[in-house]
Write a protein that binds this ligand. Sequence first.
Ligand code: ASP
Length: 307
Amino acid sequence: MIKHLRSAADLDAATATLILDTAGEMAALAGREVKKLPTLRGRTVVNLFYEDSTRTRISFEAAAKRLSADVINFSAKGSSVSKGESLKDTALTLQAMGADAVVIRHPASGAPHRLAQWVDGSVVNAGDGTHEHPTQALLDAYTMRSRLGRLDGLKVAIVGDVLHSRVARSNVLLLTTLGAEITVVGPPTLIPLDLAAALSPATKVSYDLDSVLPDMDVVMMLRVQTERMQDSYFPSAREYSRRYGLDIARMRKLPEHAIVMHPGPMNRGMEITPEVADSSRSTIVEQVANGVSARMAVLYLLLGGKA
Ligand code: ASP
């Protein structure tokens, strides 16, 4: 088993499949009255969040607690980070406290890689800048597999603000490893020419959502990340929705069995309409539930658990 999960590229097909299978076993636990396993008793998991998060932070906390680990939640706001403490000094503090795993979210791409050089424990990337979010990709893959029965040969469209999306990057890497066929779709300004090819040469690019939909098993809508945009990438929100938003009329172009995904948080009315987000095709709430199982599997296996 690998020690750190910094990138979806850390996972080969066998390791990724082992994590997804283990997540399946963890999910069975969620249905029980007592949702706890003793497996990580006495181990310490630190959640180190330098960037806002709702789902991911709660999900990692629930995952670690369900495995009976001691959980320390650290958020940069209200800590010595706001006094200017560096990531390295924070890392050394965690090291001194004997963290077995550090889950890190950071606005700088590559922060988990640096952290892994300073701590002895396992490092899990919970989102670094615009770079990667590997556990999101795992929970997405798990959701696809449990809804559609397979990943190999699955046709997946990843739609919208690909440029700023760590979710897109990690999904392209992981899903390609697991045999899915990816098409990234969005305005040319949000899909730099060499991005898709750099991630995986097999990734297709399209600027026309309507023509792609009839062929897809999965459509994954991305949030338009205005907080990371320094330039204007499209004329207006209305224009963006008109071309790349998923509404009911567009959703009907998908095959009957296809599912609609979104990692959250959603800009309802922009990249996805409320009717689509709340429809029976949407797996958005399921993705959140599966996130806990996937993160349990990651913590369990990285910290030495057996399949
Ligand atoms: N929650 C995801 C992330 O942290 C997606 C998003 O923010 O749009 O990357």
